[in-house]
Design a protein around this ligand. Structure first.
Ligand code: KIV
Length: 279
């Protein structure tokens, strides 16, 4: 049996930190799962780190399901969350329930994530009533990047801090089990963590959340277009990959690769008989 909602809630109560990373394909999901990470998110960040879009806005349901199915095949223990892409849940409660259902039924997710607080409460309630656990996402919500005028810290003034507290309460009342807090002051993240029963997962929200999430390509140094200040880069893989590709190119061009160690052979007599038959 993999990690369940009850396990995550127990961790919150006991103060044990919850770990979460994104994944978009089977081999990476397998490595993350084997490392004992609690939750895996197939984020719509797939659009930026894998598909080459300049934001998460163009990502479609079909793209999300394609990657989520691959991730599912790599996971045995972690709690798997699928990210509802832009315009798959905003238009109506019915559409939100139907698309959330696809993540569970077609891609084998344990829960779905969606962006927004108060404004999305009716959708969250509908999805939860359909039997699907929901993780909210407030603060910097990349699907609304145009409305937010760019990637900036949220909740720094009284009005927006109060709004985020209301958003968290609305998600709690609607039945969400948790919330991603992105790019907000750590004091506000602490207040939300203490004042609600929601499992808070921070990204750029300081150390007081119940858990932390980061994008796997960011921590491995594989996404080089920009690195947000809240990201800690644990490995710099992009230069190593470039070097390996360059070595392959040099060795093929100079005849070093393939050598006989990387080739197949047949016994000399056998080859001669074969040659006679051919000619
Ligand atoms: O899409 C994503 O990867 C996310 C995380 C950064 C929380 O929403």
């Amino acid at each position: 049996m993999g990690i369940t909602l009850l396990d995550l809630q127990r961790k919150k109560r006991s103060g044990e930190k919850i770990t979460m990373l994104t994944a978009y394909d089977e081999p990476m999901a397998r490595m993350i799962d084997e490392a004992g990470i609690d939750m895996v998110l197939v984020g719509d960040s797939v659009g930026m780190v894998i598909l080459g879009y300049s934001s998460t806005v163009p990502v479609t349901m079909e793209e999300m399901l394609h990657h989520t199915k691959a991730v599912r095949r790599g996971i045995r223990h972690a709690f798997l969350v699928g990210d509802l892409p832009f315009m798959s849940y905003q238009a109506s409660k019915e559409e939100a329930i139907r698309n959330a259902g696809r993540f569970i039924k077609e891609a084998g997710c344990d829960a779905v994530k969606l962006e927004g607080g108060e404004e999305m409460a009716d959708k969250v309630q509908g999805i939860v009533r359909a039997g699907i656990p929901v993780l909210g996402h407030i603060g910097l919500t990349p699907q609304s990047i145009s409305k937010l005028s760019g990637y900036r810290v949220q909740g720094r003034d009284l009005a927006s801090a109060k709004k985020l507290l209301r958003d968290a309460s609305a998600l709690e009342e609607a039945g969400a089990f948790g919330v991603v807090l992105e790019c907000i002051p750590y004091q506000l993240a602490k207040a939300i963590t203490e004042r609600t029963s929601l499992i808070t997962i921070g990204i750029g929200a300081g150390p007081h959340c119940d858990g932390q999430v980061l994008v796997i390509h960011d921590i491995l140094g594989l996404f080089e277009k920009f690195v947000p200040r809240f990201v800690k880069v644990y490995a710099h893989l992009a230069p190593q990959i470039r070097e390996a590709i360059k070595q392959f190119k040099d060795e093929v061009e100079s005849g070093i690769f393939p050598d006989y160690k990387h080739a197949f052979s047949m016994e000399e007599g056998e080859w001669k008989r074969l040659l006679e038959d051919i000619t």
